[in-house]
Design a protein around this ligand. Structure first.
Ligand SMILES: [Zn+2]
Length: 268
């Protein structure tokens, strides 16, 4: 049983509305309090335990003004800071990773709909191995990492030349980016093979063209396959062929039902 709060509620005559399904709320004139300096975050893939998130964010952001962390049951986290400037600084210094997963962050706003958007571009840290020493400057690193995506920045060690085994660069990649494991650089007659390692790339779906779930676990993809299968069956009938009704249909339907019960249907 829920425990009862001492705050009493009362009946309020609703404002007239054209639509009986809509409750009209008067505009809020007073300040929004702590929500004005709040960032909302979520992960694309798995959820992480709340305590882990709380501890890691306090470790990273306490000095940047983090005051409070909350979460709802749907995988959204609320990071409350001292002021709006602190929120801005954290956003600027991103992307942030936790447990190797990209934490997507945005500023909280009034009447915000908490939905996991269709993300088709994400920042990814990559390691480039075997980059010749003479190409470790900003201009050439940019050129080389443009092979993978839109270069955002190098890590501190790479930019100061303090590491020589690999160059670490953050690039924005698109869901359609091929993400090669290796490629070649050529300067005049010299050719060198560059090996690439990706850190924390989330699952991606080739059907929906988004990051966040696998093609093989995609419900829309399964539905599309089903529709395709039915079309083929109908065309067969037109041709005068007798076709056995697809067993696949039932199977996919059941899988979908199971998923729906477990609540793992990806954000739609
Ligand atoms: Zn999909």
């Amino acid at each position: 049983m829920p425990s009862r709060s001492l705050i009493k509620l009362r009946y309020i005559l609703l404002l007239p509305s054209d639509d009986p399904n809509i409750v009209e709320l008067p505009p809020r004139n007073e300040g929004l309090g702590k929500w004005e300096s709040c960032l909302v975050g979520y992960f694309l893939d798995k959820k992480l335990p709340f305590n882990y998130i709380r501890n890691s964010t306090f470790n990273q952001w306490k000095n940047m003004g983090l005051k409070e962390v909350q979460a709802n049951g749907d995988g959204f986290m609320f990071f409350i800071f001292d002021d709006m400037d602190a929120c801005g600084r954290v956003l600027e210094e991103g992307p942030w990773y936790m447990g190797n997963q990209l934490l997507l962050l945005k500023k909280w706003k009034r009447m915000m709909r908490l939905t996991k958007e269709h993300v088709s571009q994400i920042p990814v840290w990559i390691k480039l191995f075997n980059v010749p020493m003479e190409y470790w400057d900003f201009e050439r690193q940019s050129r080389i990492s443009s092979k993978i995506g839109l270069p955002l920045f190098m890590d501190h060690l790479t930019s100061t030349g303090s590491t020589v085994s690999f160059a670490r660069v953050c690039v924005e990649v698109n869901v359609d980016s091929p993400l090669p494991q290796n490629f070649f650089v050529k300067c005049e007659d010299e050719v060198v093979e560059i090996r690439v390692e990706y850190q924390g790339t989330p699952a991606k779906c080739e059907h929906c063209r988004v990051f966040g779930h696998d093609t093989k676990n995609c419900i829309s993809n399964q539905v599309a396959q089903l529709v395709k299968m039915q079309k083929v069956t109908e065309e067969d009938k037109k041709d005068g062929w007798k076709t056995i009704k697809s067993k696949g249909k039932k199977k996919i339907g059941n899988q979908m039902k199971e998923r729906a019960v477990k609540g793992v249907i990806p954000f739609k």
